[in-house]
Design a protein around this ligand. Structure first.
Ligand SMILES: Cc1ncc(COP(=O)(O)O)c(C=O)c1O
Length: 393
C-alpha cells in the first residue's frame, strides 16, 4: 500500500486533503518525495513560527527527549515554570499560565475560568459569554459553540448554553445583560477572513468591560507569539486582557496550548488539569521558540521582513485589480481579498501548481501566514511563483 492508500483506508476523512507528499523542510521551504521544492507561505496554518527544521529547535527537542519527555503535572516541571515566567515577562502582564495541548483546549480552559468567575459562593450568577460573528475558537463542542459561525452549529448538538454572538465590536454593548460574565474575541480574525479589529474600538471595549466587571478573553491562538509583530497582538493593541489563550506558534510545531490570566488565584488544585499539558518536551520547545523569536525581533529583522512582505502584497493587489479588492491584515497575518464572483480556491490551486503554498480564509481571502523567520530570498522566490500563478489564470 502507498502512504496515500493507507491514509484513504485507515485515517478518518475529516480533511479535504491535498495528497502532496512532503518529506522535509528548511525554514520557508518544503520538499516533496520527488525532491520538488515549495515555498511555504502557510507555515502549517501559523504553527511553524521558527521555520521548518529549525536547527536550534530541533536540538532543544532532541536534548530534552534524551533527558525527560514527560512525568505528569503531579511533579515539578522546570521548563514549564520557566516558560510561564517568560510569557509573563515578554508580554509585560502580571499573569500565571496553565498549559494545554491545543488552541481549542486553551479556549475551553478560558471559558471554564470565566464561568468560575461568574460563580458566587458556588452558585452560578453570571455565565454568558459574548463572541463575534465570523470568529473561530476551535473544534471541541464548547469551542464550536463559542465560534460565531452558524455553519459550525449544524451537527453535534446539543451544545452548551451561554453563548451569544455580536455582529461587531460595537454590537457587543447591546448584548450585555446581568448574566454576562465575559467577552471573547480575536484581535485579528484568522479563519474568519484575516479581519483586524479596530484598535480604538477594542481599547474602548477593554475599558468598558473592566468598569462593568466583565472579563475580556483574547483568543491569541493565531495572533500570538509575534505573528502580528509583537509577542501578543494584545500588546500591539495596548490592552490588558483578563485572559489570553495561545497555541499554534508557541511550540513551533510541537503541540502546546496556554491560558494566561491576570486572575492568578481563580483556579484551585483539582479545578482543571491535563495529562500531557505543559510537559517537558512541549515547554522546552516553547522556551526555545521564544528565545529564537525574541532575538529575531530585537535584531529588527522581523519588522523589516513584515514591511517588505506587506509592500509586495500591496503591489500585487494594485497590479491585479481584476482579481483582488485589497490587501488586508497585520504583520505576518495577511490576505488578499478576492473580487466578488471569483473563487479564492482557483488562485490557491494555481499557486500550488507553481509550488507556492498559500491558504484560504473565510469565503474569499487568499491567506499568507509565512514562517516568522522567512528570508528575503525565500520571500522573493515565493512572490515570483505567486505572480506566475496569477499570470496563468
Ligand atoms: C483563533 C483560533 N482559535 C482557536 C483555534 C483552534 O486551535 P486548535 O486547532 O489548535 O484547536 C484556531 C485554529 O485555527 C484559531 O485560529
Amino acid at each position: 500500500m502507498t502512504p496515500k492508500e493507507m491514509d484513504q483506508a485507515y485515517v478518518l476523512p475529516t480533511y479535504a486533503r491535498n495528497y502532496v507528499h512532503f518529506v522535509r523542510g528548511e525554514n520557508s521551504m518544503l520538499f516533496d518525495a520527488d525532491g520538488k521544492d515549495y515555498v511555504d507561505f502557510g507555515s502549517g496554518i501559523a504553527v511553524c513560527s521558527v521555520g521548518h527544521a529549525n536547527p536550534r529547535l530541533a536540538e532543544a527537542i532532541c536534548d530534552q527527549a534524551r533527558k525527560l519527555i514527560h512525568t505528569s503535572n503531579l511533579y515539578l516541571i522546570e521548563p514549564q515554570a520557566r516558560l510561564a515566567k517568560r510569557l509573563a515577562e515578554l508580554s509585560g502582564y502580571d499573569v500565571r499560565t496553565f498549559f494545554a495541548n491545543s488552541g481549542a483546549e486553551a479556549n475551553e480552559g478560558a471559558i471554564k475560568i470565566a464561568r468560575r468567575y461568574g460563580e458566587v459562593d458556588g452558585e452560578v450568577k453570571r455565565y454568558k459569554i459574548i463572541t463575534l460573528e465570523h470568529s473561530f475558537h476551535g473544534r471541541t463542542i464548547t469551542a464550536l459553540k463559542a465560534t460565531g459561525q452558524e455553519a459550525m452549529h449544524t451537527y453535534f448538538g446539543p451544545f452548551p448554553d451561554g453563548f451569544v454572538y455580536a455582529r461587531d465590536i460595537d454590537h457587543i454593548y447591546n448584548l450585555i445583560d446581568d448574566h454576562t460574565v465575559a467577552v471573547m474575541i480575536e484581535l485579528v480574525q484568522g479563519e474568519g477572513g484575516v479581519q483586524p479589529m479596530d484598535r480604538d474600538a477594542v481599547q474602548k471595549l477593554a475599558k468598558e468591560l473592566k468598569k462593568r466587571d466583565i472579563l475580556l478573553i483574547v483568543d491569541e491562538v493565531q495572533t500570538g507569539i509575534y505573528r502580528t509583530g509583537e509577542v501578543l497582538a494584545s500588546n500591539l493593541y495596548e490592552i490588558t486582557p483578563d485572559i489570553v489563550t495561545l497555541a499554534k506558534g508557541l511550540g513551533g510545531g510541537v503541540p502546546i496550548g496556554a491560558i494566561m490570566t491576570t486572575h492568578k488565584e481563580i483556579l484551585k488544585a483539582g479545578d482543571h488539569g491535563s495529562t500531557f499539558g505543559g510537559n517537558f518536551l512541549s515547554t522546552r520547545a516553547g522556551l526555545e521558540v521564544l528565545d529564537i523569536l525574541e532575538t529575531h525581533k530585537e535584531s529588527g529583522e522581523l519588522d523589516h521582513m513584515m514591511l517588505l512582505f506587506e509592500e509586495r502584497l500591496r503591489q500585487i493587489a494594485a497590479k491585479h485589480t481584476d482579481l483582488f479588492e485589497k490587501e488586508v491584515g497585520v504583520g505576518f497575518m495577511r490576505g488578499l481579498r478576492v473580487k466578488e464572483g471569483l473563487n479564492a480556491s482557483d488562485i490557491i490551486d494555481a499557486a500550488f501548481k507553481e509550488r507556492v503554498v498559500v491558504l484560504k480564509a473565510g469565503k474569499n481571502t487568499v491567506r499568507f501566514l509565512p514562517v516568522l523567520t522567512i528570508t528575503k530570498k525565500e520571500m522573493t522566490l515565493g512572490f515570483e511563483r505567486f505572480e506566475a500563478a496569477l499570470a496563468s489564470l
